[in-house]
Design a binder for this molecule. Structure first.
Ligand code: F6P
Length: 366
């Protein structure tokens, strides 16, 4: 019986377990392959004792579960691996160990479920001869090769529910509430949740913000009788001519820069320039947790089944993706080119401005 290894890398997101379940079920029922779960992302291919056989029996019940039963890491980069037992040794290239263990453990293929970082690593290992298929995931929805990633719909749903709750308290106290959402360098979560949650201002990385426009919007609302406002800020939003707010620098063996804190700056400036009472709420990892929505469960299930079919066909070096209504695949190298930014001419952007939401700029309608 052939064996396929499965790992989850990068930040977790709702729907990962649904992908794992679909891989295990289709491997068993349709292709007759055995599935080996690899724990803690690529770390499980570097260190022994982190693998287990997965069957449809021992994974039952995981479809609605958030997180990943295989655990994840965004620091397990085999090319710059920092041994947790010897961090002083610094980053080392362990990619050959990955290939050796893969062979020694009798694996025939690998499915790597992850975001841009994980798929980048998968592409490099594919170039070294590893038969790998990628599955894209991220709440940020920032992967260019796929129309949508699973996890995004759940994150938007969670953020929208939070905005609904913040609305009532903001209105009761005539306050401005600034809500920071995730999304890394793109504004998908901010825009979609802000639109669904009735935000008055949405700031996102794609439109460097002008505080004059934000202040104008809040004062204009106050003049018209609405003393409260909801301001949604993507963690990657930046002022015109300024940069993103980095909480912790990334680097070799440390992963990506950690963003966060722009909402405090925005909130302080609004308070100073409008005199309105301001509160700041950072939604943080609540957006990554919880049970996947039906949309995400189904997209995850389709991605998992498709990944297993690529493995069975030997179509390695590919990443599954959604194009329109179809789940298909692209060469993994084409999938990791650049971020998928929110297009400024998209329906959501035009609609937001048409209904008077301030996107951090003065809108001039043609
Ligand atoms: O990429 C998903 C994401 O949740 C981003 O939106 C956020 O910037 C980042 O991961 C947070 O990462 P960590 O869990 O390492 O703090």
């Amino acid at each position: 019986m052939k064996k396929v290894g499965v790992l989850t890398g990068g930040g977790d997101c709702p729907g990962l377990n649904a992908v794992i379940r679909a891989i295990v079920k289709s491997a068993e029922k349709r292709y007759g392959w055995e599935v080996i779960g690899i724990e803690d992302s690529f770390e499980g291919l570097i260190r022994s004792g982190k693998t287990r056989v997965m069957t449809s029996y021992n994974i039952r019940g995981i479809l609605p579960l958030g997180g990943t039963i295989l655990h994840s890491s965004n620091k397990a980069n085999p090319f710059e691996y920092v041994d947790p037992d010897d961090p002083a040794a610094g980053p080392r290239d362990m990619s050959r160990t990955v290939l050796q263990n893969f062979g020694t453990w009798g694996l025939d293929a690998l499915i790597a479920i992850g975001g841009d970082g994980t798929n980048r690593l998968a592409a490099r290992l594919f170039d070294m001869g590893l038969p790998v298929v990628g599955v894209p995931k991220t709440i940020d929805n920032d992967l260019r090769a796929t129309d949508v990633t699973f996890g995004f719909n759940t994150a938007v749903t969670t953020a929208t529910e939070c905005l609904d709750k913040l609305h009532t308290t903001a209105a009761s106290h005539h306050r401005v509430i600034v809500v920071e959402v995730m999304g890394r360098y793109t504004g998908w979560i901010a825009l979609e949740s802000g639109l669904a949650g009735g935000a008055d201002v949405i700031l996102m990385p794609e439109i460097p913000y002008d505080m004059d426009a934000v202040v104008h919007k809040i004062l204009e609302r106050a003049k018209l009788g609405s003393g409260f406002s909801i301001v949604v800020v993507a963690e990657g939003a930046k002022p015109k001519g300024g940069g993103v707010v980095v909480r912790e620098k990334g680097g070799k063996g440390k992963g990506l820069d950690r963003l966060g804190g722009v909402s405090i700056r925005v909130g302080d400036e609004i308070a100073e320039r409008t005199g309105v009472d301001v509160r700041v709420t950072v939604l943080g990892h609540i957006q990554r947790g919880g049970s996947p929505t039906p949309f995400d469960r189904n997209l995850s299930t389709r991605f998992g089944a498709k990944a297993m079919s690529l493995v069975a066909k030997g179509q390695f070096g590919h990443m599954v993706c959604l194009k329109g209504q179809d789940v298909t695949s692209v060469p993994i190298h084409d999938a990791i080119t650049d971020y998928k930014w929110v297009p400024l001419e998209s329906g959501a952007v035009l609609t937001a401005e048409a209904i008077g939401i301030c996107l951090g700029r003065f809108t001039q309608f043609p």
